[in-house]
Design a protein around this ligand. Structure first.
Ligand SMILES: NC(=O)c1ccc[n+]([C@@H]2O[C@H](COP(=O)([O-])OP(=O)(O)OC[C@H]3O[C@@H](n4cnc5c(N)ncnc54)[C@H](OP(=O)(O)O)[C@@H]3O)[C@@H](O)[C@H]2O)c1
Length: 363
Protein backbone atom coordinates (compact mmCIF):
# COMPACT_ATOMS: atom_id res chain seq x y z
CA UNK A 1 0.00 0.00 0.00
CA UNK A 2 1.31 3.44 -0.86
CA UNK A 3 1.14 6.08 1.80
CA UNK A 4 1.89 9.76 1.47
CA UNK A 5 2.29 11.64 4.69
CA UNK A 6 1.90 15.37 4.64
CA UNK A 7 1.09 18.09 7.02
CA UNK A 8 -2.52 19.03 7.23
CA UNK A 9 -1.83 22.71 6.61
CA UNK A 10 -0.06 22.00 3.33
CA UNK A 11 -3.04 20.29 1.81
CA UNK A 12 -4.30 23.62 0.59
CA UNK A 13 -1.13 24.07 -1.47
CA UNK A 14 -1.26 20.69 -3.14
CA UNK A 15 -3.63 19.11 -5.56
CA UNK A 16 -4.90 16.03 -3.83
CA UNK A 17 -5.97 13.42 -6.34
CA UNK A 18 -9.64 12.58 -6.29
CA UNK A 19 -10.36 9.19 -4.85
CA UNK A 20 -7.74 9.63 -2.16
CA UNK A 21 -9.06 8.79 1.24
CA UNK A 22 -7.88 10.34 4.44
CA UNK A 23 -7.75 7.40 6.77
CA UNK A 24 -5.28 8.48 9.37
CA UNK A 25 -4.44 11.64 11.06
CA UNK A 26 -2.37 12.46 14.08
CA UNK A 27 -4.73 15.14 15.22
CA UNK A 28 -5.45 15.19 18.89
CA UNK A 29 -9.10 15.85 18.20
CA UNK A 30 -10.74 14.99 14.93
CA UNK A 31 -12.51 18.37 14.95
CA UNK A 32 -9.12 19.98 14.36
CA UNK A 33 -9.40 19.06 10.70
CA UNK A 34 -11.16 21.73 8.69
CA UNK A 35 -14.14 20.20 6.93
CA UNK A 36 -13.95 22.77 4.13
CA UNK A 37 -10.33 21.88 3.37
CA UNK A 38 -11.14 18.23 2.93
CA UNK A 39 -14.32 19.01 1.00
CA UNK A 40 -12.55 21.32 -1.40
CA UNK A 41 -9.66 19.03 -2.13
CA UNK A 42 -11.48 15.75 -2.40
CA UNK A 43 -14.46 17.24 -4.20
CA UNK A 44 -16.90 15.75 -1.71
CA UNK A 45 -19.79 17.19 0.23
CA UNK A 46 -19.77 18.25 3.87
CA UNK A 47 -21.34 15.00 5.13
CA UNK A 48 -18.77 12.89 3.33
CA UNK A 49 -15.99 15.12 4.67
CA UNK A 50 -17.29 14.63 8.19
CA UNK A 51 -17.17 10.87 7.70
CA UNK A 52 -13.56 11.14 6.59
CA UNK A 53 -12.75 13.16 9.68
CA UNK A 54 -14.53 10.71 11.94
CA UNK A 55 -12.19 7.98 10.70
CA UNK A 56 -9.12 9.95 11.66
CA UNK A 57 -6.81 8.27 14.08
CA UNK A 58 -3.31 8.99 15.39
CA UNK A 59 -0.43 8.36 13.03
CA UNK A 60 2.27 6.09 14.32
CA UNK A 61 5.32 5.95 12.09
CA UNK A 62 7.60 3.26 13.48
CA UNK A 63 6.63 4.26 16.99
CA UNK A 64 5.72 7.61 18.49
CA UNK A 65 7.00 10.76 16.88
CA UNK A 66 8.12 12.90 19.75
CA UNK A 67 8.16 16.40 18.27
CA UNK A 68 4.48 17.09 18.65
CA UNK A 69 4.05 17.35 14.88
CA UNK A 70 2.23 14.02 14.79
CA UNK A 71 -0.76 16.01 15.81
CA UNK A 72 -0.74 17.74 12.46
CA UNK A 73 -0.14 14.92 10.02
CA UNK A 74 -2.62 13.31 7.73
CA UNK A 75 -2.07 10.14 5.76
CA UNK A 76 -3.49 9.60 2.31
CA UNK A 77 -3.80 6.03 1.09
CA UNK A 78 -4.83 4.34 -2.10
CA UNK A 79 -3.89 7.33 -4.19
CA UNK A 80 -3.19 6.00 -7.65
CA UNK A 81 -1.24 8.97 -9.03
CA UNK A 82 0.20 10.67 -6.00
CA UNK A 83 1.98 13.95 -6.77
CA UNK A 84 3.85 13.97 -3.48
CA UNK A 85 7.62 13.83 -3.33
CA UNK A 86 7.41 12.20 0.08
CA UNK A 87 5.48 9.23 -1.23
CA UNK A 88 6.89 6.05 0.17
CA UNK A 89 6.03 2.52 0.94
CA UNK A 90 5.24 2.08 4.63
CA UNK A 91 7.72 -0.79 4.83
CA UNK A 92 10.62 1.12 3.27
CA UNK A 93 13.16 2.97 5.46
CA UNK A 94 12.14 6.39 6.74
CA UNK A 95 13.28 9.26 4.53
CA UNK A 96 15.77 11.16 6.65
CA UNK A 97 15.87 14.90 7.22
CA UNK A 98 12.71 15.66 5.31
CA UNK A 99 11.31 19.17 5.63
CA UNK A 100 8.38 18.33 3.40
CA UNK A 101 5.62 20.92 3.75
CA UNK A 102 7.49 23.02 6.31
CA UNK A 103 7.68 26.79 6.13
CA UNK A 104 11.13 28.26 6.70
CA UNK A 105 11.82 31.88 7.53
CA UNK A 106 15.47 32.74 6.96
CA UNK A 107 17.48 35.94 7.16
CA UNK A 108 20.49 36.79 5.02
CA UNK A 109 19.87 34.29 2.22
CA UNK A 110 21.28 36.71 -0.34
CA UNK A 111 24.08 36.04 -2.73
CA UNK A 112 25.98 38.95 -4.24
CA UNK A 113 27.21 36.96 -7.26
CA UNK A 114 26.56 33.64 -8.97
CA UNK A 115 30.00 32.53 -7.89
CA UNK A 116 30.16 30.30 -4.83
CA UNK A 117 27.66 29.97 -2.01
CA UNK A 118 27.01 32.08 1.06
CA UNK A 119 25.87 30.19 4.15
CA UNK A 120 22.34 31.63 4.07
CA UNK A 121 21.94 30.86 0.38
CA UNK A 122 23.12 27.27 0.88
CA UNK A 123 20.82 26.73 3.89
CA UNK A 124 17.82 28.08 1.96
CA UNK A 125 18.62 25.93 -1.06
CA UNK A 126 19.23 22.76 0.95
CA UNK A 127 16.07 23.23 3.00
CA UNK A 128 14.13 23.75 -0.23
CA UNK A 129 15.60 20.53 -1.67
CA UNK A 130 14.30 18.76 1.45
CA UNK A 131 10.79 19.94 0.65
CA UNK A 132 10.41 23.21 2.60
CA UNK A 133 8.90 26.47 1.34
CA UNK A 134 11.39 29.28 1.84
CA UNK A 135 10.55 32.81 2.90
CA UNK A 136 13.63 35.01 3.14
CA UNK A 137 14.54 38.49 4.27
CA UNK A 138 17.72 40.16 3.07
CA UNK A 139 19.20 43.67 3.13
CA UNK A 140 19.72 43.82 -0.64
CA UNK A 141 16.75 42.53 -2.57
CA UNK A 142 18.80 41.83 -5.70
CA UNK A 143 21.04 39.36 -3.87
CA UNK A 144 18.03 37.63 -2.30
CA UNK A 145 16.47 37.35 -5.76
CA UNK A 146 19.58 35.56 -6.99
CA UNK A 147 19.00 32.84 -4.37
CA UNK A 148 15.28 32.77 -5.14
CA UNK A 149 16.10 32.22 -8.82
CA UNK A 150 18.49 29.38 -7.98
CA UNK A 151 15.85 27.69 -5.82
CA UNK A 152 13.05 28.15 -8.33
CA UNK A 153 15.22 26.72 -11.12
CA UNK A 154 15.30 23.50 -9.08
CA UNK A 155 11.52 23.57 -8.71
CA UNK A 156 11.48 24.93 -5.15
CA UNK A 157 9.30 27.61 -3.59
CA UNK A 158 10.99 30.79 -2.41
CA UNK A 159 9.73 34.27 -1.67
CA UNK A 160 12.02 37.10 -0.68
CA UNK A 161 11.51 40.56 0.73
CA UNK A 162 13.84 43.43 1.46
CA UNK A 163 14.57 43.34 5.20
CA UNK A 164 16.90 45.06 7.61
CA UNK A 165 17.30 42.65 10.53
CA UNK A 166 18.41 45.48 12.80
CA UNK A 167 15.12 47.30 12.38
CA UNK A 168 12.13 46.16 14.43
CA UNK A 169 9.46 47.34 11.94
CA UNK A 170 11.29 45.69 9.07
CA UNK A 171 11.57 42.35 10.90
CA UNK A 172 7.90 42.51 11.92
CA UNK A 173 6.94 43.16 8.29
CA UNK A 174 9.00 40.13 7.21
CA UNK A 175 7.30 37.88 9.74
CA UNK A 176 3.84 39.24 8.94
CA UNK A 177 4.33 38.68 5.22
CA UNK A 178 5.49 35.12 5.77
CA UNK A 179 2.46 34.36 7.93
CA UNK A 180 0.14 36.09 5.44
CA UNK A 181 1.49 33.83 2.69
CA UNK A 182 1.82 30.51 4.53
CA UNK A 183 -0.20 30.86 7.73
CA UNK A 184 2.64 29.54 9.86
CA UNK A 185 6.39 29.43 10.49
CA UNK A 186 7.90 26.01 11.23
CA UNK A 187 11.58 26.87 11.09
CA UNK A 188 13.43 30.11 11.74
CA UNK A 189 17.06 30.46 10.63
CA UNK A 190 18.96 33.48 11.92
CA UNK A 191 21.88 33.64 9.53
CA UNK A 192 22.77 37.32 9.16
CA UNK A 193 26.07 38.28 10.75
CA UNK A 194 29.15 40.34 10.06
CA UNK A 195 32.57 40.80 11.58
CA UNK A 196 34.27 44.15 12.06
CA UNK A 197 37.89 44.44 13.24
CA UNK A 198 38.87 46.01 16.51
CA UNK A 199 39.43 45.69 20.24
CA UNK A 200 37.69 47.91 22.82
CA UNK A 201 40.47 50.50 22.67
CA UNK A 202 40.53 50.81 18.90
CA UNK A 203 36.89 50.29 18.03
CA UNK A 204 34.56 53.26 17.73
CA UNK A 205 31.29 53.24 19.64
CA UNK A 206 29.46 53.21 16.29
CA UNK A 207 31.22 50.05 15.16
CA UNK A 208 30.62 48.38 18.53
CA UNK A 209 26.92 49.27 18.49
CA UNK A 210 26.63 48.19 14.87
CA UNK A 211 28.08 44.77 15.73
CA UNK A 212 25.64 44.30 18.60
CA UNK A 213 22.80 45.35 16.30
CA UNK A 214 23.53 43.10 13.38
CA UNK A 215 24.80 40.02 15.22
CA UNK A 216 22.68 39.99 18.38
CA UNK A 217 19.77 42.44 18.36
CA UNK A 218 18.72 40.89 15.04
CA UNK A 219 18.17 37.56 16.82
CA UNK A 220 16.20 39.18 19.58
CA UNK A 221 13.98 40.84 16.97
CA UNK A 222 13.21 37.75 14.89
CA UNK A 223 12.63 35.65 18.01
CA UNK A 224 10.49 38.40 19.52
CA UNK A 225 8.07 38.14 16.60
CA UNK A 226 8.37 34.47 15.68
CA UNK A 227 8.42 32.62 19.03
CA UNK A 228 4.84 33.58 19.95
CA UNK A 229 3.72 32.19 16.58
CA UNK A 230 5.56 28.92 17.17
CA UNK A 231 4.24 28.70 20.71
CA UNK A 232 0.70 29.07 19.40
CA UNK A 233 1.37 26.36 16.81
CA UNK A 234 2.81 24.14 19.53
CA UNK A 235 5.81 23.44 17.33
CA UNK A 236 8.82 25.11 15.78
CA UNK A 237 12.58 24.95 15.41
CA UNK A 238 15.03 27.85 15.50
CA UNK A 239 18.58 27.55 14.19
CA UNK A 240 20.96 30.39 14.98
CA UNK A 241 24.25 30.85 13.16
CA UNK A 242 27.09 31.73 15.54
CA UNK A 243 30.85 31.33 14.94
CA UNK A 244 33.83 29.64 16.59
CA UNK A 245 34.99 33.22 17.23
CA UNK A 246 32.40 33.01 20.03
CA UNK A 247 34.35 30.11 21.54
CA UNK A 248 38.01 30.97 20.88
CA UNK A 249 40.34 33.76 19.82
CA UNK A 250 40.89 32.76 16.21
CA UNK A 251 43.83 34.90 15.23
CA UNK A 252 42.36 38.28 14.41
CA UNK A 253 41.08 41.10 16.60
CA UNK A 254 37.27 41.08 16.34
CA UNK A 255 36.17 41.50 19.93
CA UNK A 256 32.63 42.72 19.22
CA UNK A 257 32.05 39.87 16.77
CA UNK A 258 33.40 37.31 19.27
CA UNK A 259 31.30 38.74 22.10
CA UNK A 260 28.09 38.76 20.07
CA UNK A 261 28.64 35.26 18.67
CA UNK A 262 29.24 33.95 22.22
CA UNK A 263 26.07 35.72 23.31
CA UNK A 264 24.10 33.99 20.55
CA UNK A 265 24.96 30.61 22.06
CA UNK A 266 23.78 31.59 25.54
CA UNK A 267 20.73 33.40 24.16
CA UNK A 268 19.86 30.14 22.43
CA UNK A 269 20.39 27.96 25.51
CA UNK A 270 18.40 30.12 27.90
CA UNK A 271 15.53 30.61 25.46
CA UNK A 272 15.54 26.89 24.60
CA UNK A 273 14.87 25.99 28.22
CA UNK A 274 12.00 28.45 28.45
CA UNK A 275 10.42 27.03 25.28
CA UNK A 276 11.24 23.36 25.86
CA UNK A 277 7.76 22.46 27.05
CA UNK A 278 6.05 24.45 24.32
CA UNK A 279 7.17 22.25 21.41
CA UNK A 280 9.71 24.86 20.25
CA UNK A 281 13.40 23.96 19.95
CA UNK A 282 16.34 26.36 19.60
CA UNK A 283 19.86 25.34 18.64
CA UNK A 284 23.01 26.90 17.27
CA UNK A 285 25.25 25.95 14.40
CA UNK A 286 28.79 27.16 14.96
CA UNK A 287 30.84 27.50 11.77
CA UNK A 288 34.62 27.59 11.82
CA UNK A 289 36.59 29.02 8.93
CA UNK A 290 34.28 28.80 5.97
CA UNK A 291 34.95 29.80 2.38
CA UNK A 292 32.07 31.99 1.17
CA UNK A 293 31.84 35.12 -1.03
CA UNK A 294 31.92 37.03 2.27
CA UNK A 295 35.31 35.50 3.10
CA UNK A 296 36.77 37.43 0.18
CA UNK A 297 35.44 40.65 1.77
CA UNK A 298 37.06 39.61 5.04
CA UNK A 299 40.42 39.27 3.28
CA UNK A 300 40.28 42.94 2.37
CA UNK A 301 38.90 44.02 5.74
CA UNK A 302 41.54 42.25 7.82
CA UNK A 303 44.48 42.52 5.41
CA UNK A 304 43.86 45.64 3.31
CA UNK A 305 45.83 45.59 0.06
CA UNK A 306 47.13 42.08 0.88
CA UNK A 307 47.23 39.06 -1.38
CA UNK A 308 43.88 37.29 -1.18
CA UNK A 309 45.42 33.89 -2.01
CA UNK A 310 47.86 34.21 0.90
CA UNK A 311 45.00 35.14 3.25
CA UNK A 312 43.06 32.04 2.13
CA UNK A 313 46.11 29.77 2.45
CA UNK A 314 46.60 31.02 5.99
CA UNK A 315 43.00 30.19 6.80
CA UNK A 316 43.37 26.71 5.29
CA UNK A 317 46.52 26.12 7.34
CA UNK A 318 44.72 27.02 10.57
CA UNK A 319 42.38 24.04 10.20
CA UNK A 320 43.46 20.55 11.36
CA UNK A 321 41.71 19.14 8.28
CA UNK A 322 43.91 21.42 6.17
CA UNK A 323 41.14 23.36 4.50
CA UNK A 324 38.32 25.75 5.15
CA UNK A 325 34.80 24.34 5.11
CA UNK A 326 32.14 25.50 2.69
CA UNK A 327 28.61 26.77 3.06
CA UNK A 328 27.18 23.27 2.51
CA UNK A 329 29.05 21.91 5.52
CA UNK A 330 27.22 24.47 7.64
CA UNK A 331 23.90 23.94 5.84
CA UNK A 332 24.01 20.19 6.53
CA UNK A 333 24.36 20.78 10.26
CA UNK A 334 21.61 23.40 10.20
CA UNK A 335 19.35 20.94 8.38
CA UNK A 336 19.85 18.28 11.04
CA UNK A 337 19.06 20.73 13.84
CA UNK A 338 15.94 21.97 12.04
CA UNK A 339 14.69 18.49 11.15
CA UNK A 340 12.44 16.12 13.06
CA UNK A 341 15.45 13.84 13.54
CA UNK A 342 16.65 16.41 16.10
CA UNK A 343 13.26 16.40 17.84
CA UNK A 344 14.82 15.72 21.27
CA UNK A 345 17.69 18.19 20.88
CA UNK A 346 17.37 21.72 22.17
CA UNK A 347 19.69 24.36 23.61
CA UNK A 348 22.67 22.70 21.90
CA UNK A 349 25.29 23.65 19.39
CA UNK A 350 26.96 21.81 16.53
CA UNK A 351 30.46 23.04 15.78
CA UNK A 352 31.40 22.74 12.09
CA UNK A 353 35.09 23.60 12.10
CA UNK A 354 37.30 20.81 10.70
CA UNK A 355 38.72 20.30 14.19
CA UNK A 356 39.96 23.81 15.07
CA UNK A 357 38.30 24.14 18.45
CA UNK A 358 39.47 20.66 19.45
CA UNK A 359 43.11 21.51 18.86
CA UNK A 360 45.65 23.64 20.69
CA UNK A 361 46.24 25.72 17.56
CA UNK A 362 49.76 24.24 17.17
CA UNK A 363 49.01 21.87 14.34
N1 LIG B 1 32.05 32.89 6.27
C1 LIG B 1 32.62 32.45 7.38
O1 LIG B 1 33.79 32.06 7.41
C2 LIG B 1 31.81 32.37 8.63
C3 LIG B 1 32.40 31.76 9.74
C4 LIG B 1 31.68 31.69 10.92
C5 LIG B 1 30.42 32.22 10.99
N2 LIG B 1 29.87 32.81 9.88
C6 LIG B 1 28.54 33.38 10.04
O2 LIG B 1 27.70 32.83 9.05
C7 LIG B 1 26.70 33.78 8.70
C8 LIG B 1 26.65 33.97 7.21
O3 LIG B 1 27.92 34.28 6.75
P1 LIG B 1 28.28 34.40 5.20
O4 LIG B 1 29.73 34.28 5.12
O5 LIG B 1 27.45 33.44 4.41
O6 LIG B 1 27.84 35.89 4.90
P2 LIG B 1 27.30 36.61 3.58
O7 LIG B 1 27.61 35.77 2.37
O8 LIG B 1 27.79 37.98 3.63
O9 LIG B 1 25.77 36.61 3.78
C9 LIG B 1 25.19 37.44 4.69
C10 LIG B 1 23.88 37.93 4.10
O10 LIG B 1 23.29 38.75 5.08
C11 LIG B 1 22.75 39.89 4.44
N3 LIG B 1 22.68 41.02 5.37
C12 LIG B 1 23.71 41.76 5.83
N4 LIG B 1 23.24 42.71 6.65
C13 LIG B 1 21.89 42.56 6.70
C14 LIG B 1 20.84 43.23 7.38
N5 LIG B 1 21.07 44.27 8.20
N6 LIG B 1 19.57 42.81 7.19
C15 LIG B 1 19.31 41.77 6.37
N7 LIG B 1 20.26 41.10 5.70
C16 LIG B 1 21.54 41.49 5.87
C17 LIG B 1 23.67 40.18 3.30
O11 LIG B 1 22.95 40.95 2.36
P3 LIG B 1 23.60 41.84 1.20
O12 LIG B 1 23.28 41.10 -0.06
O13 LIG B 1 22.94 43.15 1.32
O14 LIG B 1 25.08 41.89 1.47
C18 LIG B 1 24.04 38.77 2.84
O15 LIG B 1 23.13 38.31 1.88
C19 LIG B 1 27.03 35.04 9.51
O16 LIG B 1 26.26 35.05 10.68
C20 LIG B 1 28.49 34.86 9.83
O17 LIG B 1 28.86 35.57 10.99
C21 LIG B 1 30.55 32.91 8.72
Amino acid sequence: MTVALLRLDTISQLSVPRGSTYVKSGLRRSQDIKTETIQAHLGINANQALKVIARAEPVRRNGPVSDGSRFKRVGIVNSTASPYKLERNVHSPIIMLSLQGKVVLITGLGQTSDEGWGIGAAIATLFSRQGASIFGGNRTLASAERTKERIEKEGGICDVVQTDVTDSDSVKALVDQCVAKHGRIDILVNNVGRSEPGCPATMSKEVWDGQIDINLNSLYLTCHYVLPIMEKQGSGAVVNVASIAGLRYIGKPQVAYSATKAAIMQFTKATAVIYADKGVRLNTVVPGLIYTPYTKTLAQRYDPGGDEAVYMEKRDAQVPMGRMGDAWDVANAALFLASDEAAYITGQKIVVDGGITSSTGRV
